[in-house]
Ligand binder design. Structure first.
Ligand code: ADP
Length: 247
């Protein structure tokens, strides 16, 4: 088995001749939290889209657990355990927390739209949904509509719906974006907790979150890898400092 849960080899995407991502090599060690950082326009979102097959690469390969998934579609990739959170896992605002997680569980087992299922059939799913809500700190909020949750708790609910898909590799797209200071620490702790037994690749602008969570960091600039290393290594790299200062 490969040491790397997720790998990109020579990943490239052009839009009408413009290289949004160019020859990116990325190795995410199994069981680690790895960050993808870089200034605006560096190619982070495009990379995420290529890794989850929302976009088709112009060149290069994506490997999940050593298996080439370049030719698979995004739904097939998700079935293999590579799941992206936040941008796509929006919750249903008028469903309760429990219903939101149950819908995610049902979408994972192929029964999402079987509303006629008996209570008996649904109860194990409700039980699992309660466990997932407890894991993300939402015990006692089962009957609360998602729309009534605070911003930070909504993000926790989104994590629960992602966990319902039983991901091996989670891609988190700016999990603390738009959050007040008081929500950043709980969500950072939650990411650390749910990382147990999983691999996480995270795009994150808050560098203190990156330094506290991530074993390794890949820095992108102009679509290319500028450097890769530990937080201590990349944060003292003069090229990285210049890139962030807009030089
Ligand atoms: P980041 O997420 O690091 O801010 P992006 O991946 O969104 O960067 O964008 C990288 C570059 O690719 C930017 O210059 C952006 O304008 C360009 N780009 C992204 N998507 C498209 C697209 N669909 N068509 C044309 N250019 C794009």
């Amino acid at each position: 088995m490969s040491d790397y849960a997720l790998e990109a080899r020579g990943l490239t995407k052009t839009f009408g001749g413009f290289h949004a991502v160019k020859d990116v090599n990325l190795k995410v060690r199994r069981g680690s939290i790895h960050a993808l950082i870089g200034p605006n326009g560096a190619g982070k979102t495009t990379c995420f889209n290529l890794l989850t097959k929302t976009l088709t690469p112009t060149a290069g390969q994506v490997l999940l657990d050593g298996q080439d998934i370049t030719k698979l579609r995004s739904a097939q990739v998700a079935k293999l355990g590579l799941v992206r959170s936040f941008q796509i896992s929006a919750t249903f605002p008028h469903l309760t927390c429990l219903e939101n997680v149950r819908v995610a569980l049902q979408s994972n087992n192929g029964t999402a739209f079987q509303f006629w299922r008996s209570l008996k059939a649904v109860e194990p799913l409700n039980q699992r949904a309660r466990e997932l809500l407890a894991q993300v700190g939402l015990a006692g909020r089962e009957e609360t509509p998602a729309t009534e949750l605070s911003y930070g708790k909504k993000r926790a609910l989104e994590i629960a719906t992602t966990l319902a898909l039983d991901p091996k590799v989670m891609l988190l797209d700016e999990p603390t974006a738009g959050m007040g200071h008081e929500d950043v620490e709980p969500i950072t702790d939650l990411i650390r907790k749910v990382s147990a037994g999983r691999t996480i690749l995270i795009v994150e602008h808050n560098l203190s979150v990156v330094s506290s969570l991530c074993e390794r960091i890949t820095v992108l600039q102009h679509g290319e890898v500028l450097t890769e290393g530990t937080y201590a290594e990349v944060s003292t790299d003069p090229e990285v400092i210049t890139a962030y200062m807009g030089g």
